[in-house]
Design a binder for this molecule. Sequence first.
Ligand SMILES: [Zn+2]
Length: 171
Amino acid sequence: MKALLIIDMLRDFIDKDGALTIGVAGDKIIKFIKEKTEEFREKGYPIIYICDNHEKDDKEFDMFLPHCIAGMEGSEVIKDLEVKDEDKLIKKRRYSAFFGTDLDLYLREKKVEELYLVGVCTNICVLYTAADARNLAYKVNIYEDGVASFDEEAHNFALREAKNTLGCNIT
Ligand SMILES: [Zn+2]
């Protein structure tokens, strides 16, 4: 079984006026993600939205401006993507979608062995989610046209690292 992980396509990261917007790089991947979502949905594969969701005084804000605070608009999935009742939503407080969440349990219950990753940021939440997925022995694919970052150099580094060190398939 395969699953699509849509990472942090949230208003604070993608909307122009989001608290931690990555700007035009984020806009460019929306269409691709919509297409992939439809493709996976048609095949009956799980669609999983991975959502940054912080406490007001989260430790992460020592490094980044406050963003994706629980209950605030900025923490919502962008309007362009439609979350359906059958989709799974995983709230996380750290970069990896596996850290402190029930993602691994959910995937195992659904007999998922192969993950397809899209979303932002390539070098942060996508990369660290890919790393944990590989540590847990999932097959990991990253759609190059479906991931983005505010930092293009870091984006390219992350894709190389995912391929050469983590053994992900970049497609
Ligand atoms: Zn965060």
